[in-house]
Design a protein around this ligand. Structure first.
Ligand SMILES: Nc1ncnc2c1ncn2[C@@H]1O[C@H](COP(=O)(O)OP(=O)(O)OP(=O)(O)O)[C@@H](O)[C@H]1O
Length: 952
């Protein structure tokens, strides 16, 4: 098989007739490939993907785990200690060095596991958001993952599609493609199937479409000529470097925090080492090594080097939870932004409403017909004021409305497995259903062949088609928003006659449509015109001379009222958003009266609230627009470009904007919004591409859930930050104060060694290992303790670690250090609390144990900044599991002889354990008291009438 464009034939598809290209690719353009052939070609050509970034090899990832400067420093210290051991005669084993090495390896393994779990979660997301293409396969229209396209596939293109591969056009109707991604050309390029005369630059190959570009208008078919790296996009991709994984603002902040902490901790470690050297004096190389190991271990333990890994894992797990609830987030950073959303701008149709459209009324010059039935089952009686519709002018007019409306139509209705199903736009499908309810309408419509179209767009708010009647007569059929369509009408249908649409009749028709809107009906008017001037081509080819200019001098036939009931779950979701300090703004292309009614029903506006029509925005400058967005919550009859202006104005007001969209023209607004949200069902590929989040169910309530989830993920991150920083500070201060006050606490007198260290290097690393991994991760998936939707949104630039947290770090750290050192003092003979009888080794083991326990208690404290630790105490089974495991490990380290040797511990008796546990619990009681005080203060503020939440 000779491939056009490949080196063997030298044929360029752009310069070859489309039929010839298809023939050479072995495909019938009307049938497409068979599934079997497509599968076979996929095996030959490979997936239609741009070269994916090569995976970092395992050894590199493992190495990266220990490439941290502090770990390297620790390794260096270990090497020094081994050298010292060799110099001193290599007796026994260099135990400390071995234990430290073991811990470094364990830490690296844990880090690797966390990292790969996070990566898998992110990769799973990529699968959910993969691009799709419509193709002909086995003579049927199918939607396939774009990665599965093969040369020879027949692409079926429509407005809003991403072009999945390079392809030669076979036919095109008003097709325009945005190629900026490929050529940098900002305006859309018109495409025609006509073969090019000679070689031209990429941007001028009008008979081809290219992978990575987007259909901005019209429809077309094309045969795929190249996929994957063989495409024009692939040629560019080879030149592009691997894009770096982008960091979320939180990751940046945490990275920054890590570096700051690193510097502080290194200073403290040096101070500790110098203090030991000055106060106690370092006499032998062995003592020097011991002090060095202590200092470096302290630095390693105190700097939360596992933080970035935990952070991305927590974000990734959160994102997976959101995906299960139909909110597919494309970038981790959007999770954070979602949590600070302060206004949600939403479409109406399909998001706030069910998008199950039913025409319930047809209003024409002679009156109104009511249609029974709901949904897409075409059963329902046509009645007038409760009586069956009789023959007469009203019937003739209603038949024209529904007949023409179901011809100027791209939807399909079919009965499958006993249920009536639609394909395409539900608004259009409603016409097909209604037409079947009025006997004779469908039969008459079958006599017309479509020969041309001017597609619907949200800007134009109308569409037209050209048809040829069996008898040869040509007509133009139009439907659209009544106010828009009436501008194109000069005549009106009255029974079988056509009369002039004078001012009175025009006003009357408008008023009828308005009245329907006020009853919450979505309205669409229908008009037609005999069009002898058109020259109809055969089949669906364009009728010569048919275009927007043909939409003139139309005969107004009537208007339909469509109900689109609100989704039941939206009203509570709107209330929840408002309670959370989030404004809900409806931005719709629908009529202001319809929009107002539905907004009132859903609680978006009160009884006095009204909609601002989009046309009014045109005359406003930036300041007026900002004034408007401050008070208006419903914008109606807007065009996509209004959306962009509304987003910008809201952002200028300092709000963090989430914005939904479905059409191709919504993409700029979605990009501009802080969080662009695309509809998974009704949305086009282009909007999904531009969005930060895709709603799998198109449901507004899902956005509110996602905001809650975003806030709660942020809350969880603060929880484990609080926990890690509080307990790490406890370790640092324990060692620091223990060294400084070694004499006063009775350590020096009790110690048999030359050096008096409140904790050993291996013990410090142990604490780091057991408390920082399991419990910290468990905090990251902690269920909501405080109602995250009961507070106003967090500012976009608010820090995760604020002043309150810094104070907490200092205070809790100090409390932990004091109780740990006092526990040791209690068991020793001298010191501040005399009377103890234990050796220094036992006392140090008790201190070590108290420090571990205090860290675990801190985990429960850290679950909320203000609520008691007893609230939802047992809600987090992961936390309990990891805490119990840590306790068991601590018991082992203290009680098992081999571990006693490794970690320099001495056995403890029941009384010791009880004292350790009791002392550790002090951390809990102190924190409970502080929280009690904070809650009381908050209540006083609330009673004092100060506003608790920022005005929504
Ligand atoms: N397929 C269609 N053919 C003709 N007219 C239509 C069609 N769909 C909608 N309209 C008309 O255009 C108007 C605007 O529709 P558009 O799709 O832009 O917004 P919408 O879907 O109602 O609102 P939202 O922006 O909330 O999704 C509708 O009120 C209706 O009168």
């Amino acid at each position: 098989m000779g491939m056009p464009g490949d080196a063997s034939t030298g044929l360029d598809p752009a310069l070859t007739d489309a039929d010839e290209v298809a023939r050479r690719l072995g495909v019938d353009p009307d049938h497409g490939l068979s599934s079997a052939e497509a599968a076979a070609r996929l095996a030959v050509h490979g997936p239609n993907e741009l070269r994916s970034a090569r995976r970092t090899p395992f050894w590199r990832r493992a190495l990266a785990q220990v490439a941290d400067p502090l770990i390297l420093l620790l390794l260096a210290a270990v090497v020094v200690s081994v050298v010292a051991w060799l110099v001193e005669g290599a007796e026994g084993w260099p135990i400390d060095a071995l234990v430290i090495l073991g811990i470094i390896v364990l830490n690296a393994v844990l880090g690797l596991v966390q990292e790969s779990r996070a990566e898998r979660a992110v990769a799973a997301l990529a699968v959910m958001t993969q691009a799709r293409s419509s193709v002909l396969r086995d003579a049927e229209l199918r939607t396939v993952a774009s990665a599965e396209l093969v040369p020879g596939d027949i692409l079926v293109l429509a407005e809003g599609d991403q072009v999945g591969a390079d392809a030669r056009l076979i036919r095109a109707t008003s097709l325009q493609v945005a190629e900026a991604a490929l050529t940098g050309e900002s305006s859309a390029v018109e495409k025609h199937p006509g073969t090019l005369g000679g070689a031209v630059p990429l941007g001028d190959r009008r008979d081809m479409v290219f992978k990575g570009t987007a259909v901005s208008r019209g429809t077309g078919r094309a045969v795929v000529t190249a996929t994957g790296m063989a495409t024009e996009m692939g040629a560019i991709a080879t030149m592009l470097d691997r894009t770096e994984a982008e960091s979320t603002p939180l990751q940046v902040e945490v990275g920054h925090l890590g570096r700051t902490l690193g510097r502080i901790v290194i200073v403290i470690a040096i101070v500790v080492m110098v203090t030991v050297a000055l106060v106690q004096g370092v006499r032998t190389p062995a003592e020097f090594v011991t002090v060095l190991l202590l200092g470096v271990s302290l630095a390693v333990a105190a700097v939360p080097e596992g933080l970035p890994a935990i952070l991305s894992l927590v974000l990734a797990l959160g994102v997976q939870r959101m995906a299960k609830r139909n909110a597919v987030v494309k970038r981790l950073s959007s999770v954070e932004t979602l949590g600070s959303a302060s206004v949600i701008c939403t479409d109406k149709t399909g998001t706030l409403t069910t998008n199950r459209m039913t025409i319930q009324r047809v209003v024409t010059a002679s009156g109104a017909v009511d249609l029974g039935g709901v949904g897409y089952e075409p059963v329902g009686e046509a009645t007038v004021l409760g009586r069956p519709l009789a023959d007469g002018p009203l019937r003739v007019e209603a038949q024209i409305v529904l007949g023409a409306g179901s011809l100027a139509n791209d939807a399909q209705l079919a009965e499958r497995e006993g249920a009536w199903q639609i394909e395409g736009d539900p608004t259009e499908a409603a016409f097909l259903v209604a037409a079947r309810k009025l006997a004779g309408t469908v039969d008459e419509a079958a006599r017309y062949d479509r020969i041309g179209e001017v597609p619907f767009s949200s800007e134009r708010k109308m569409m037209s088609t050209a048809h040829r009647h069996e008898g040869g007569a040509l007509v133009v059929l139009s439907k659209g928003a009544p106010d828009v369509l009436l501008r194109h009408c000069t005549r009106i249908q009255v029974g079988t006659r056509v009369v002039a649409l004078d001012a009175v009749r025009r006003a009357h028709a408008l008023a009828e449509a308005e009245a329907l809107s006020e009853e919450a009906f979505r309205t669409i008017a229908v008009a037609y015109r005999p069009a002898p001037e058109l020259e109809g081509g055969e089949g669906r080819a364009d009728a010569a001379g048919f275009g927007e200019a043909s939409e003139r001098d139309l005969v107004y036939a009537g208007v339909v009222g469509i109900i689109d009931p609100p989704r039941p779950e939206v009203r509570p979701a709107v209330a929840e958003a408002r309670a959370a300090g989030i404004r809900v703004v409806m931005i719709t292309g629908d009529h202001p009266a319809t929009a107002t009614r539905i907004a009132r029903d859903l609680g978006i506006i009160g009884e006095e609230g009204i909609a601002l029509p989009g046309a009014r925005l045109d005359g406003m400058d930036e300041h007026q627009l900002r004034d408007a967005v401050r008070t208006v919550s419903v914008f109606a009859r807007v065009a996509p470009e209004h959306k962009l202006r509304i987003v910008d104005a809201l952002q200028a007001e300092g709000l963090v904007v989430a914005m939904t969209g479905d059409g191709v023209n919504d993409a700029p607004a979605l990009k501009s919004a802080d969080i662009g949200i695309a509809m998974g069902i009704a949305g086009t590929e282009v909007t999904k591409e531009a969005a930060d989040m895709v709603l799998a169910d198109d449901d507004f309530a899902t956005i509110v859930h996602a905001v809650r989830e975003g806030r709660s993920i942020f809350d969880d991150i603060r929880k484990f930050l609080r926990y890690l920083l509080y307990s790490n500070m406890g370790e640092v201060l324990t060692v620091f104060l223990g060294v400084v006050f070694a004499g006063a606490l009775g350590f020096t007198a009790a110690s048999a060694d030359g050096l008096v260290l409140p904790l050993l290097a291996t013990q410090i690393l142990w604490i780091n290992l057991v408390t920082d991994s399991g419990p910290a991760l468990a905090m990251g998936v902690d269920p909501e303790v405080d109602d995250v939707m009961a507070r106003p949104p967090r500012g976009l630039h608010d820090r995760a670690i604020d002043r309150g947290m810094w104070i907490g770090i200092g205070v809790t750290g100090l409390v932990i250090a004091v109780i740990t050192l006092l526990t040791m003092d209690v068991f020793l003979p001298g010191g501040i609390i005399p009377g103890g009888t234990d050796t220094f080794d036992v006392a140090r083991t008790a201190g070590f144990t108290t420090l571990v326990f205090a860290g675990l208690v801190t985990a429960f404290n850290a679950r909320s900044a203000t609520s008691s630790a007893f609230r939802g105490l047992f809600a987090n089974r992961w936390l309990w599991g990891s805490v119990l495991l840590a306790v068991a490990l601590q018991v082992a380290v203290v009680s098992l002889p081999p571990l006693q040797v490794a970690f320099g511990t001495a056995p403890l008796d029941a009384a010791h354990w009880a004292v350790c546990a009791g002392m550790a619990s002090v951390v809990l009681w102190v924190e409970e008291l502080r929280k009690l005080g904070m809650r009381a203060a908050a209540r006083r503020r609330a009673d004092g009438g100060a506003p608790r939440v920022r005005a929504a």
